[in-house]
Design a protein around this ligand. Structure first.
Ligand code: NAP
Length: 286
């Protein structure tokens, strides 16, 4: 039986630590504030934004949700982000993705002031993450995955880590953080040959490909720690990860569940990044 790395407990601990930092800031007269921009009516996005509002309330962070209509133009969205950049009462800015099809996300992301980029998606933050620079806002999902790994393996140095998926928001920053923790990192993607064999040699396997139950027991070794980032629907419409939990769990050392795993940690790290942004702003003023 594998150790189950539960997001619920770890996220609760992380948010409790954030709440203490928020209190310390309040004593200095600063109320951390996260602004979330939601464009259109995407039902999943609405659920994610509601989750963020709830997390903010739990941590004592002020949340400001700017709801913009589906018909919003690129220019209107850019202007909204620019206004939030200038607003000194706002410490973190997040533009909820995906945007409606007529809008282009990259120029919007690049407009977010790096010091308010609590998602960690701007080129400046991406660069800082790959430099291993602690000033970076680590993207929430990979950062949450690292916390989950450390909870079962405090010393990651020398571990063979395999990252499945090379997206800019998960796979690539995940590989950077593992490298910074002195792991030996292999990145795999849709053109990788002998995928199962490469994965079987991993001490740490991070699956972030968006393919329901793709990783089966043929992909894992018995001492592996498996982190499942995937959020997919199975054939019955049930939420599931990229890992076939039922076949993999008995075959590994530790594993994260879906739901109840990485998703919760991603949310908690967003709170951590927001309080960090507010602390940084406070230092700048001091
Ligand atoms: P993405 O942008 O679609 O990237 C998927 C990556 O997986 C690509 O690099 C792709 O390779 C690779 N890939 C696809 N099929 C593959 C295969 N058969 N074998 C090997 N590699 C393959 O996805 P993403 O945004 O990184 O998200 C990945 C998953 O994580 C999704 O299920 C998403 O919903 C989930 N997610 C969860 C959270 C959370 O908080 N839990 C946060 C973000 C994302 P190529 O580059 O060669 O195309």
């Amino acid at each position: 039986m594998a150790q189950i790395i539960r997001g619920k407990e770890l996220a609760a601990l992380c948010k409790q630590q954030v709440a203490e930092r928020v209190k310390a800031l309040e004593e200095r007269g600063v109320k951390p504030c996260l602004a979330v921009v939601l464009v259109g009516e995407n039902p999943a996005s609405k659920v994610y934004v509601a989750g963020k509002e709830k997390d903010c309330a739990e941590c004592g962070i002020l949340s400001r949700v700017l709801r913009m209509p589906e018909t919003t133009t690129q220019e209107e969205l850019l202007d909204t982000v620019k206004a939030l950049n200038k607003d000194e009462t706002v410490h973190g800015i997040l533009v909820q993705l995906p945007l409606p099809e007529h809008l282009s996300a990259q120029p919007i992301i690049e407009t977010i002031a790096p010091e308010k980029d609590v998602d960690g998606f701007t080129p400046i933050n991406t660069g800082l993450v790959s430099l291993g620079d602690a000033r970076a806002f680590y993207p929430c999902t990979p950062s949450g995955c690292m916390k989950m790994l450390y909870s079962v393996c405090p010393d990651l140095a020398g571990k063979r880590a395999v990252v499945l998926g090379r997206s800019n928001i998960v796979g690539k920053p995940m590989a950077s953080l593992l490298l910074a923790a002195d792991c030996t990192v292999t990145m795999c993607h849709s053109k990788t040959k002998d995928l199962a064999q490469i994965c079987r040699n991993a001490d740490i396997l991070v699956a972030a490909i968006g393919k329901a139950k793709f990783v089966t027991k043929e992909f894992v070794g018995k001492d592996a720690i498996v982190i499942d980032v995937g959020m997919n629907r199975d054939e019955n419409g049930k939420l599931c990860g990229d890992v076939d939990f039922d076949s993999v769990e008995p075959a590994v050392y530790a594993i994260t569940p879906v739901p109840g795993g990485v998703g919760l940690m991603t949310r908690a790290v967003l709170m951590e990044n927001t309080v960090k942004a507010a602390e940084n702003a406070c230092k700048t003023l001091a």
